[in-house]
Design a protein around this ligand. Structure first.
Ligand SMILES: [Fe+2]
Ligand SMILES: [Fe+2]
Length: 237
């Protein structure tokens, strides 16, 4: 997609994105490690451990690449526009609350998140034709994400053979809803900024003009006040 090629072509933006992706992957790994502690299913525990190690490795890969790119970057004062709503991070694992989930809802959430990550990373990898080293990292990570996407579904079907479809739909709807909330917040931010700017340039100038005019009419120096208002200062009322 041309828009993704445009997003990833800017070296500064690419560094910022890789750093943020790195953070998301490492955070996600930490949450999945917590899930491994919490679950009572021994097979799931082992899979979650592998999964957590993978996510940590992804985070380190992203960070290392970002550091290499950063060193090659000329010093720049203005940070590039990040276009996060066009090219968000992989998983959306930051929404995860491990303690509040059971094994089946967690697996459904993970499956939907990993699937999203796999499709996003495919788009980013294809957009990075001009940068073979970063592209190779996305390609490497993509293999793991596809494994995560598949094992979460297989395990969900194993532990919840009757209700796995329902769990998946619930996870999809909740992801959609959170996506909508994020978009709505971003749009509200833009509308707020536009309205305040309009107010500043359209509503404030007449008041500033009136204040200046009143100031011009004011006589300089002390001016006498009327005898009614000129009461004793010792009296309170
Ligand atoms: Fe990952
Ligand atoms: Fe993953």
């Amino acid at each position: 997609m041309p828009v993704h090629r445009w997003i990833w072509r800017d070296a500064d933006r690419c560094v910022q994105k890789l750093l943020r992706f790195g953070e998301t992957e490492i955070d996600g790994g930490r949450d999945i490690l917590r899930a491994a502690e919490v679950t009572s299913d021994s097979l799931l525990r082992r899979l979650f451990m592998v999964h957590a190690t993978d996510e940590h490795r992804h985070g380190v890969l992203f960070r290392r690449r970002a550091a290499t790119l950063l060193r090659a970057l000329p010093r720049q004062a203005m940070p590039a526009f990040q276009a996060d709503w066009l090219a968000p991070g992989g998983h959306g694992l930051d929404d995860l609350r491990v303690e509040e989930e059971s094994d089946d809802t967690l697996l459904a959430f993970l499956h939907v998140s990993e699937k999203a990550a796999a499709s996003r990373f495919t788009v980013y990898r294809d957009a990075l034709q001009h940068d073979p080293a970063t592209r190779a990292i996305f390609d490497d990570i993509l293999h793991d994400e596809i494994f995560h996407m598949n094992y979460t579904l297989t395990q969900l079907v194993r532990i919840s053979p009757e209700h796995h479809r329902w769990h998946l739909w619930r996870a999809r709807l909740s992801r959609l809803w959170k996506g909508y909330l994020r978009l709505a917040t971003a749009v509200a931010g833009v509308i707020g900024a536009v309205l305040l700017t309009v107010q500043y340039f359209i509503i404030l100038p007449p008041f500033a003009f009136l204040a200046k005019r009143a100031q011009r009419r004011e006589r300089p120096g002390w001016s006498p006040i009327s005898p009614e208002r000129n009461g004793s200062l010792k009296d309170e009322y």
